[in-house]
Design a protein around this ligand. Structure first.
Ligand code: CP
Length: 307
């Protein structure tokens, strides 16, 4: 396959063949991070700007590391130190970044649709690093890479996604991706955290967590967005964790070789107990490690000599 997309905006825009091509390309980058000198010249002379208007540890850092491992020049901009605080529009900021000959802008924003809007008005490649409650495509791609690498394939697996499906861009992107790749996806959460018409997304829907995780090959727990505690979607964190926390008793309902995932950051003791987060089934830190190779692959496909 020849890569011909300018941007990575969402899983919605990717075909199963394109997803598989990205995962295969990412596989070929895994080995670089095991070397003593973790650097190849692939993107020498290219400029990547990380423009994160919302907080991030994993995504921002791994894009920066991925760019540096490919020898690109990487620049980080934070909103508090940019001219956004002086009232400059996002589009003017993006056009100014483009005037500096950026090849790729990686953007995270609290408003859904911002990366799409910027992509439409700039020639630089845009990567969506999470937009509002809409999509987090690079997280879903690294999650699918983790599953494929550890389980051999995604197709036919029972995958349970548990928690605040409604507000989770990670859930949305993973549901789109995993169903495209042939998984049997089950979602579970309190009714207030399930999007309307979620049953039309090609998934099985449960309000009882046990029904989703029984005999699951993969359980993905979502971060409870504690900032939503006073929005009347759940009574208290204590009540939530009583019904929806993945603890070692609940893990026993799944298959013996179940893989436990979490995109981070975790609320230990709320959606996942510490013994499960750090236990034998957990691949949470492997997800982070695969994330480097996956993001190297995306930078290479968008800015490398692939066309
Ligand atoms: N999973 C994820 O997006 O983590 P960060 O918010 O730390 O980037």
């Amino acid at each position: 396959m020849k890569w011909n997309k300018k941007d990575i905006l969402g899983i919605k825009e990717l075909s199963p063949d394109e997803i598989q091509f990205i995962l295969d390309t990412a596989d070929s980058f895994v080995e670089i991070s095991t070397r003593d000198i973790k650097k190849v010249p692939t993107l020498r002379g290219k400029t990547i700007i990380n423009f994160f208007v919302e907080a991030s540890t994993r995504t921002r850092t791994s894009f920066e590391i991925a760019g540096k491992r490919l020898s690109a020049d990487t620049v980080n901009i934070s909103p508090s130190s940019s001219s956004l605080v002086k009232g400059e529009t996002l589009l003017d900021t993006a056009r100014n970044l483009e005037a500096m000959s950026s090849d790729i802008v990686v953007i995270r924003h609290h408003a859904s649709g911002v990366p799409h809007m910027i992509a439409k008005h700039t020639r630089s490649s845009i990567i969506n690093a999470g937009d509002g409650t809409h999509e987090h495509p690079t997280q879903a791609l690294l999650d699918m890479m983790t599953i494929q690498s550890e389980k051999g394939s995604i197709s036919g697996l029972k995958i349970a996604i548990v928690g605040d499906i409604f507000h989770s861009r990670v859930a949305r992107s993973n549901i789109l991706g995993m169903t495209k790749m042939g998984a049997d996806v089950h979602v579970a959460g309190p009714a207030t955290m399930l999007p309307p018409f979620v049953d039309q997304w090609g998934v099985s829907v449960h309000t009882h967590m046990d029904d989703a995780i029984r005999n699951a090959d993969v359980i993905m727990m979502l971060r409870i967005q504690t900032e939503r505690e006073n929005q009347n979607i759940f009574p208290s964190l204590r009540e939530y964790s009583r019904y929806y926390c993945l603890n070692s008793d609940k893990v026993k309902l799944a298959r013996q070789d179940v893989m436990v995932m979490h995109p981070g950051p975790m609320n230990r003791g709320v959606e996942i107990s510490s013994d499960v987060a750090d236990g034998v089934h957990s691949v949470i830190l492997k997800q982070v490690a695969y994330g480097i190779a996956l993001r190297m692959a995306l930078l290479y496909l968008l800015a490398g000599e692939t066309k």
